[in-house]
Design a protein around this ligand. Structure first.
Ligand SMILES: *Cc1c(COP(=O)(O)O)cnc(C)c1O
Length: 406
């Protein structure tokens, strides 16, 4: 399969998915952004500048670590791509850095962003501080409570954090609020969307900025093993860390690409965020993709123990990869994700984010499928410091299994 198979057309359509489903007022800022991005995408000077900051500020390349005790547990050779070691603790900053450099070239001195778990907000507040830009972060009031640590990090970094109290008071409402701000202030402002979601050019642009993960992993595994991995596993919220590690392997059809969604408490309306398991094709926040919605097209409530996976739509490129059978998608429950955290802590001395723990848990749960010669790369999208309160609360509510690990 050629690498270009999932390239979007000029309207940002990935096959039947993606596109630009926005009100008229957003069309011209999106078109300006798309043409500006098309220009810098071919600009060697831009890539030199981006690479400089990725290396010297973000801390790239991140290690590809052979997890020996986890390998033994799973029965295959397991490597962890250590995005948790990026500055600010997750892969999000790869994208924030790319977009903030783009914003500067577009002459924008104010950046805004939405955030769910707070990682994208922290990454954006960080790069904004570094370049001296004004920064406003929209965050659902419920998420602000769940992720208090990240709220205080953002404020300390000089960002204004605006609580969003509409609807479910989580990520979806925060995105709507950020879009509203952007329309009003587009002359001075760039909207740094945090995942491979929304209207064109965001899904393509965010994927491109996150593809550094897969490019490094490819180089690193070839250096270590002299062959490609047999499996790559990543959690899928909006889909940016997963598409980032998948993309440079898309043409390597022997490499199985596995995305893991949030199965929550049960695959029943309102109790999970597994769009491919419980969703249908629809439109949400500018893009056509799999969406959790009812028969009338009303967006359903979602649930996951991990705020970063708790969103009703999935990035459109994943929908196409799934149709093409180039990637497969599974889901992992809250309880298994917590077990994944505990197992990785105890076997490897690494506290993963609850989001990333979904990928670890999938490898553990499906270990019977692996053969000893298999090489499995798990994308460890972030570290778990932000989630310790959530984990304590889980243990308290599930005292029987709490703390016992997998
Ligand atoms: C935000 C986040 C995710 C989910 O977002 P994607 O765009 O699907 O990558 C996963 N892991 C961590 C650590 C995050 O912060």
């Amino acid at each position: 399969m050629p690498r270009g198979i999932t390239e979007p057309d000029s309207l940002g359509r990935f096959g039947p998915y993606g596109g630009m489903f926005v009100p008229e007022t957003l069309m011209s800022p999106l078109q300006e952004l798309a043409s500006e991005y098309a220009r810098i995408r071919r600009d060697a000077g831009f890539h030199r500048e981006l690479n400089y900051y990725l290396r010297n500020f973000v801390g790239r390349p991140t290690p590809l670590y052979h997890a020996q005790r986890l390998s033994k547990e799973i029965g295959a050779k397991v490597y962890l791509k250590r995005e948790d070691l990026c500055h600010t603790g997750a892969h999000k900053i790869n994208n924030s850095m790319g977009q903030v450099l783009l914003a500067r070239r577009m002459g924008k001195h104010r950046v805004i962003a939405e955030t769910g778990a707070g990682q994208h907000g922290v990454a954006t507040a960080t790069v904004a501080a570094m370049f001296g830009l004004e920064c406003v972060i929209y965050m659902g009031a419920v998420d602000m409570e769940r992720q208090a640590l990240n709220v205080s990090r953002m404020r300390r970094l000089g960002a204004t954090v605006v609580p969003v109290t509409a609807g479910q008071q989580t990520l979806k409402e925060a995105i709507s609020e950020a879009m509203r701000d952007w329309v009003t202030n587009v002359r001075t402002t760039h909207y740094i969307l945090g995942s491979a979601l929304g209207a064109h050019p965001y899904p393509m642009m965010v994927r491109d900025f996150q593809s550094v993960i897969g490019r490094e992993a490819r180089r690193q595994i070839l250096a270590a093993e002299r062959r490609l991995p047999t499996h790559i596993i990543a959690c899928v919220g909006g889909g940016s860390n997963s598409i980032g590690i998948f993309y440079p392997f898309i043409k390597d059809t022997k490499v199985r690409l596995i995305g893991v969604e949030a199965g929550g408490e049960a695959i029943k309306p309102g109790r999970h965020a597994a769009r491919f398991a419980g969703g249908h094709v629809g439109i949400l926040q500018g893009t056509k993709t799999y969406v959790l919605q009812d028969a009338d097209g009303q967006i359903q409530l979602t649930h996951s123990v991990s705020a970063g996976l708790d969103y009703a739509a999935v990035g459109p490129e994943h929908a196409l990869l799934r149709d093409l059978k180039r990637a497969e998608y599974h889901h992992i429950s809250d309880a298994d994700a917590i077990r994944g955290v505990n197992t990785l802590c105890r076997l490897e001395g690494i506290l993963p984010a609850l989001e990333s723990a979904h990928a670890v848990a999938y490898a553990l749960k499906s270990k019977r499928q692996f053969k000893p010669r298999d090489i499995v790369i798990i994308n460890l999208s972030g570290r778990g410091d932000k989630d310790v309160q959530q984990m304590e609360a889980w243990d308290a509510a599930h005292t029987q299994s709490g703390g016992k690990g997998a």
